[in-house]
Ligand binder design. Structure first.
Ligand SMILES: Cc1cc2nc3c(=O)[nH]c(=O)nc-3n(C[C@H](O)[C@H](O)[C@H](O)COP(=O)(O)OP(=O)(O)OC[C@H]3O[C@@H](n4cnc5c(N)ncnc54)[C@H](O)[C@@H]3O)c2cc1C
Length: 528
């Protein structure tokens, strides 16, 4: 005998939790099954380095959650969530001009850019004004299922007010060109390029401009907020909301198979031998390569899906380093406002070089670092006067060569991981002499460790698949499947592998839940 629910959600990452919350709100009975001992997927925190330090194991800053109508609509504050911000959103120390700083007060950001390059202050404010007019419609279009009819029309209606096709052309530009197009100085250019590099689109390739602009303008308008107490607080608030609405959330329950009968997903089976039937939907918050061909047997899939999955591309691997520091980061030049997020590269060209090397299956000699000063952002993360810090950098999924001293083979065993972590730390040491002396404890998570802690992070890829244009929109995860629906009826892909991809915005989860509800309504009407 198996238990039966209206929907079974496989995986309690942010997308699974969003999907489940959406469905319980519509009166469905929902079971969430999570393989790991705790909910959250890549939204988690731990105290492994030292008991008095909280480290976010994976993701840390949540501008996308801040603009997600769905997540904001859950009222997670009633479930223990509190948001906080660093004094400045983002900083980037450049050798010649000093810190480029994004402050939540746009006048402060603009004034500093203007000091560094007269004219850039007004150019910044003009860009912000354009975003005020069209940004919310762009965000809406990105976070809804493809094609985004209503927000798309809204964006079109606003296009003239921001310069029409000129603005569209800018969105299509590579981030490096967009920066040069709008600004004379290095500061705003490097912030745009660094933000574009949060995804794996080379900053010299089309598509990166939109990514850079999106994250930069979100930083400017909503900041990069973090949950007080650690990233895990966000996941726990979503799980708590679910449980109090009557849903079942079971951890240590890995789903090993999705049962398909007459072309329809009808149940799931777990490693522990349980079977759970799904009356209306199975929502898979799992990696695409795990769903197709592993959880769903090949014979239940059409040939075109099996063939298309052969060319599915993950995004690059990741090496993440966490440090417990005895004091604040000793930046050579003190930033005018302490940033939560820090980008490390000497120039736009160096950002481009690191990404291009990764794309060319080369371990970068001078990796581009994305870093977080977490105690600066949220003082509860470690004792007063100390810093909970992390940085990550991308590495190839398959390595052909090392552009550095040639000692990293790309197998990501302990030796590779430590050498690469030393390379990353040396990048920070250059900008903050004495950094190493403040390290009380260090943890290095390579591609394998990341995947061992969250099966969706295949090969250490953190966005559920490349964000490059050939795997976006209707091409995500494979051509023709730009929506949550899969070739199996009643089975919906609700992870970052689905449109619109990685980041903690919950859109794939919402899209999957909405699709399940719409199909249920349609079946109900047909039967009547
Ligand atoms: C190091 C790192 C840093 C990041 N930084 C940021 C950031 O600062 N801001 C941001 O917005 N995004 C960031 N991201 C990206 C973001 O975290 C992910 O895009 C997001 O978590 C994807 O959510 P998801 O629910 O699709 O998958 P995940 O968060 O990966 O969760 C999937 C869950 O499903 C479970 N699961 C998988 N298979 C099964 C199975 N068969 N049975 C049961 N359970 C299963 C997994 O254990 C996991 O808990 C980062 C990611 C990483 C790895």
């Amino acid at each position: 005998m198996s238990q039966e629910y209206d929907a079974v959600v496989v995986g309690a990452g942010p997308n699974g939790l969003v999907a489940a919350n959406h469905l319980v709100d519509r009166g469905w009975s929902v079971l969430v099954l999570e393989a790991r001992p705790d909910v959250g997927g890549a939204v988690a925190s731990d105290r492994e380095l030292r008991p008095d330090f909280v480290h976010d194991t994976f993701s840390a800053f949540y501008p996308l959650a801040a603009v997600s109508a769905e997540i904001q609509g859950f009222g997670l504050e009633r479930h223990g969530l509190r948001w906080t911000h660093a004094p400045a959103v983002l900083g980037h120390q450049l050798p010649e001009t000093g810190w480029a700083v994004l402050h939540r007060d746009r006048d402060v950001t603009a004034a500093r850019f203007d000091e560094q390059h007269p004219g850039d202050g007004d150019a910044w404010l003009a860009l912000c004004a354009d975003w005020d007019r069209i940004g919310p419609a762009i965000v809406g279009a990105l976070l809804t299922p493809f094609p985004p009819v209503r927000p798309g029309l809204s964006a079109l209606a606003r296009l003239r007010s921001v310069g029409g096709l000129r603005f569209v052309r800018e969105l299509l530009m590579p981030a490096a060109d967009l920066g040069r197009h709008r600004f004379g100085g290095a500061g705003p250019r490097v912030l745009l390029a660094g933000n574009a590099a949060h995804a794996d689109i080379p900053v010299t390739a089309p598509g990166s401009g939109l990514m850079g602009l999106l994250l930069t303008m979100l930083g400017q308008t909503v900041g990069f907020p973090v949950p007080v107490g650690g990233a895990g607080m966000l996941a726990h608030a979503m799980a708590d909301r679910l449980r109090s609405a009557g849903a079942d959330v079971r951890c240590d329950s890995e789903v090993t198979a999705i049962e398909v009968a007459a072309g329809r997903a009808v149940a799931v089976r777990t490693a522990g031998g349980e079977r759970y039937a799904a009356r209306h939907a199975v929502i898979a918050d799992v990696a695409a390569p795990h769903l197709y061909g592993r959880l769903v047997p090949d014979e239940a899939l059409p040939r075109r899906t099996r063939e298309a999955m052969r060319s599915f591309e993950m995004d690059p691997g990741t090496v993440k380093v966490d440090w417990a520091l005895s004091g604040p980061v000793p930046w050579r030049e003190t930033p005018p406002y302490a940033p939560g997020t820090v980008h490390v590269a000497d120039s736009v060209e160096e950002v481009a070089e690191a990404l291009d090397q990764v794309a060319a299956r080369t371990v970068p000699a001078r990796p581009f670092l994305l870093a977080g000063q977490m105690t600066t952002t949220d003082p509860t993360r470690s004792p007063p006067g100390t810093e909970s810090m992390w940085a990550y950098a991308h590495v190839p999924q398959q390595t052909a060569r090392d552009a550095g001293d040639g000692t990293i083979r790309g197998v990501w065993d302990a030796a590779d991981r430590d050498r690469f972590a030393d390379r990353m730390q040396a990048r920070i040491e250059r900008l903050a002499p004495g950094f190493g002396d403040r390290v009380l404890a260090r943890r290095v998570l390579g591609p394998r460790e990341l995947e061992a802690r969250d099966a969706n992070l295949v090969g250490g890829g953190l966005n559920g698949g490349t964000a490059q244009l050939h795997q976006q929109l209707v091409f995500r995860p494979v051509p023709g499947l730009g929506r949550a629906e899969t070739p199996v009826r009643g089975l919906y892909l609700g992870s970052a592998a689905a449109h619109p991809g990685g980041g903690v915005h919950g859109a794939p989860g919402t899209n999957a839940a909405r699709a399940a509800l719409a199909h249920r309504r349609a079946r109900f009407l047909v039967r009547r």
